[in-house]
Write a protein that binds this ligand. Structure first.
Ligand code: FAD
Length: 382
């Protein structure tokens, strides 16, 4: 009989799916509860650095990701107006050799589908919106919006920026709107063929207060993607995104380089997202509840490391449960926080400042990290 504790993961986003897959592999009876009725291939891309690819290796999907993703040789930073190069950060073969895994860019929906496929389908439950948890007994009781309830020994809040589990631990407090929005669009490479311009595999165009990050999201380079950071004083739309337009993009990037103008001209559909963040949380866990990812450290996406931190959290949490023994979950959660707080908070800060790779710098503290090999730091006595 399995004497490992039952674990519930709330949220099957990138962090929750990673936690679910790694826990199930390690033999924990784990159920994953997701509020969405299903997932769709939403128009967005994502960078997966070598630090995340090492976790993907453990989950068993590294090869498939390598086959589906684009493998840029460099991250270029360029002046948005003049096109002058401000940094050339080697990736490609250099990343594989120096950091121990590839640096790829992929379609977020394709990545998510692979990660969700790594979960036991019999233990993945859609349409389950957690509304309340009661952590006062020897099991946690979870109540869902459909009127059902479930019990588990431990509950992981991987439920994103508006986490219900975070609210349970720390009380209601909306995330902070950063004052920046992100526009996101996927562009068919066929359209770009009409231009005599070089569309580089991974490039960030910068000016004083805004930027546009651009990269391919498929290995065949058929889909090109941009995501921006543009100041906008208020966000009062009450939704996680709204439609934007080519006209709005032209206005926001007036005077930018011809490559950027071409991308805007080729834009068919563009959406606009508020960028939300929180200050580092004082509490990541209490009794049988523990947080990971955006539930505890949402950040501006300007380092392309938000999901990476959620996935690393998931791997470290499983490592700590295995290290300490899940029956001593309080100590395991302490060890987890001791080994994640500093790194996640540092990434939050650099993301907030939006300075990452703008000029040549050594990114090895981010890309070289191996969550499975990193020597464990012991928690400081309270
Ligand atoms: P989420 O992905 O938000 O998942 C939370 C899940 O929980 C969702 O599926 C949600 O439906 C579910 N849920 C919520 N509440 C409940 C509930 N009550 N009950 C049940 N389920 C619930 N990161 C990178 O690493 N690289 C990038 O290139 C990158 N680009 C980005 C670009 C933009 C514009 C933005 C906004 C973010 C970007 N990020 C990037 C950051 C990344 O998207 C997030 O940090 C990451 O998705 C966090 O993962 P998560 O699993 O913690 O939360």
């Amino acid at each position: 009989m399995n004497d490992k504790p039952t674990i519930a993961v709330i949220g099957a986003g990138l962090g929750g799916a990673a936690a679910g897959a790694l826990l199930q592999q390690a033999g924990y009876p784990t159920k994953v509860f997701e509020q969405a009725p299903a997932f769709s291939r939403l128009g967005a891309g994502i960078h997966l650095g070598p630090n995340v690819m090492k976790v993907m290796r453990r989950i068993g999907i590294e090869d498939r990701l390598n086959a589906m993703g684009s493998h840029p040789d460099f991250w270029f930073s360029r002046d948005g107006m003049t096109g002058e190069y401000q940094s050339r950060i080697p990736l490609g073969e250099f990343a594989r050799r120096e950091y121990g895994a590839a640096y790829i860019t992929v379609h977020r929906g394709d990545l998510h589908a692979l990660m969700v496929d790594a979960l036991d389908p019999a233990r993945l439950h859609f349409d389950k919106r957690l509304v309340d948890v009661d952590d006062n007994g020897d099991k946690v009781v979870m109540r869902f919006a459909d009127g059902t309830s479930e019990k588990a020994d431990l509950v992981i809040g991987a439920d994103g920026v508006n986490s219900r589990i975070r609210e349970k631990l720390l009380g209601p407090e909306a995330p902070i709107y950063s004052g920046w929005v992100a526009h996101r669009a996927i562009i068919s490479a066929d359209k770009l063929a009409a231009y005599d311009l070089d569309f580089e595999a991974c490039v960030k165009w910068w000016s004083e207060d805004r930027h546009m990050m651009v990269y391919f999201v498929t290995g065949d380079e058929k889909e090109y993607y941009y995501v921006t950071g543009v100041p906008e004083p208020e966000w009062n739309h009450g939704t996680s995104f709204i439609d934007s337009s080519r006209e709005e993009m032209r206005e926001a990037f007036k005077g930018y380089h011809p490559v950027v103008q071409a991308l805007i001209d080729c834009t068919e559909k563009v959406t606009k997202w508020p960028l939300l963040e929180r200050s580092p949380l004082p509490l990541w866990h209490d009794n049988r509840l523990v947080l990971l990812g955006d539930a505890c450290h949402p950040m501006k996406p300007h380092m392309a490391q938000g999901a990476a931190m959620a996935i690393e959290d998931a791997a470290m949490l499983v490592r700590c449960l295995e290290e300490v023994g899940a029956d001593r979950y309080r100590q395991a959660f302490e060890l987890y926080k001791a080994n994640r707080f500093e790194r996640a908070s540092r990434v939050q800060k650099v993301s907030h400042d939006n300075t990452w790779l703008r000029h040549d710098e050594d990114p090895s503290w981010v890309f070289g990290y191996d969550v499975f090999e990193e020597p464990l730091k012991q928690p400081q006595p309270a």
